[in-house]
Design a protein around this ligand. Structure first.
Ligand code: PEP
Length: 251
């Protein structure tokens, strides 16, 4: 199973600086890297990035529409992304759930739209602080995943990477401890083995996101059920992102 590391650039950087960042990252990564390395630049740059990306870098969109083509002003479909050379899409990020009204139902539709168009999916889940504090975080995450994944075939799961991102750790500088990450990842894997089967669960990549940086990447990636990371802030700095990729390679 290949590890996965993805940089979510969110709404940062104008085109020229974004391209510069991609080139810097590319030149710091050798072709021998065994992990899948993905960057998710802002949507207007996706087509250019997909043509420019060389070597190991794969390109992701930060979202896609829940619909097919038609009269949906401003939306872009999963099939359009695929036609531009985009291979991945992030679905269910907490910033879209919380800021743009993406319910579990919408996420379920987006996931299916992406899979139907042949995209691979980084599916985000994770609890807010009050849920963690009330110790109902396992139920919360299970519920999110059940909504998104129920009814899918075992083989569909091969196109999905699950990103566990506790909301209280995103952009806050407060990382989940390696133990907290491992505990949730093991819970998710066990749940997958019940809902799908053991070999599907064992083969599913589960990555961690939430203030992952060079200083804590080694600890997080040393956990047996942590198969990589979804990186926000630290992916905007080439040296930091390369250091995190290197930590994953050396796990
Ligand atoms: C994210 O938004 O997916 C994320 C993990 O952000 P950060 O690394 O900045 O916490």
């Amino acid at each position: 199973m290949k590890n996965v590391i993805a940089g979510n650039w969110k709404s940062n950087k104008l085109m020229a600086e974004a391209l510069r960042l991609m080139k810097e990252i590319e030149s710091g990564l050798t072709s021998e890297i065994s992990a899948e390395v993905i960057i998710a630049p802002p949507a207007p740059y996706l087509s250019a990035f997909a043509s420019e990306a060389k070597g190991v870098l794969q390109i992701a969109s930060q979202q896609c529409s829940a619909t097919g083509s038609g009269a949906f002003t401003g939306e872009f479909t999963a099939a359009m992304l695929g036609s531009c050379g985009v291979k991945w899409v992030i679905i269910g990020h907490s910033e879209r759930r919380e800021g743009y009204g993406e319910t579990d139902n919408v996420i379920r539709k987006k996931l299916r739209a992406a899979l139907d168009s042949g995209l691979q999916v980084l599916l985000c889940c994770g609890e807010p602080l009050e849920v963690r504090e009330s110790e109902t975080h396992f139920d919360w995450v299970q519920n999110q995943l059940m909504h998104a994944l129920s009814g899918l075939s075992n083989s569909a799961l091969e196109s999905i990477v699950i990103a566990y991102e506790p909301i209280w750790a995103i952009g806050t500088g407060k990382t989940a401890s390696a133990g907290q990450a491992q505990e949730m990842h093991a819970f998710i894997r066990n749940w997958l083995s019940i809902c799908f089967d053991r070999s599907t669960a064992r083969g599913c990549r589960i990555i961690y996101g939430g203030s992952c940086k060079p200083s804590n990447a080694d600890d997080l990636f040393a956990q047996p059920d942590v198969n990589g990371g979804l990186i926000g802030g630290a992916s905007l700095n080439a040296a930091d992102f390369i250091a995190i990729v290197t930590a994953l390679e050396n796990r």
